[in-house]
Design a protein around this ligand. Structure first.
Ligand SMILES: [Zn+2]
Length: 147
């Protein structure tokens, strides 16, 4: 079950990340685990279906109802798996605002609703707006006192 192990491994390593990033990774890991569980459930049901079909072909008993039920269950599980996979794709391309929970596009730097910063400075292509104007202020003050 490589996918499941990967998901757990990712969840563990993600714990080392900071804040929003870790939260995002864990969400995807949960979804990945759900997808893996659904896949294995589908495999099991398909295996049972195979056995039932074999029974039906090799005996005189009628298994139509059991087969129909299994087919329906497998279709249902496949539908659920599709939804989970869609969610995974969506989550990977979206960023949820930590302040107001609005979902923004992955490329958004600020939340479209509340203006909260969505990306860490390490993700920024260029330097952040300077957080230390004190230096310049001090210099200006010093310069003006000297005059
Ligand atoms: Zn927001």
């Amino acid at each position: 079950m490589g996918i499941l192990e990967d998901a757990i491994y990712n969840a563990k390593t993600a714990a080392g990340f900071v804040g929003k990033k870790a939260e995002k990774f864990v969400d995807i890991s949960k979804l990945t685990i759900s997808a893996a569980e659904l896949s294995s459930e589908i495999s099991k049901k398909c295996e049972i279906l195979g056995r039932v079909v074999y029974e039906a072909k090799t005996s005189d008993k009628c298994y139509d109802k059991a087969i129909a039920e299994l087919v329906e269950k497998i279709s249902d599980l496949k539908g659920q798996l599709d939804s989970v996979n869609e969610l995974i794709a969506e989550t990977k391309n979206r960023v949820k605002c930590p302040n107001c929970s609005t979902v923004n596009s992955k490329d958004a730097i600020f939340c479209g609703k509340c203006g909260e910063r969505l990306r860490n400075s390490e993700d920024m292509p260029q330097p952040d707006e300077v957080e230390e104007p004190k230096e310049t202020e001090k210099n200006t003050v010093e310069a003006s006192t000297e005059e």
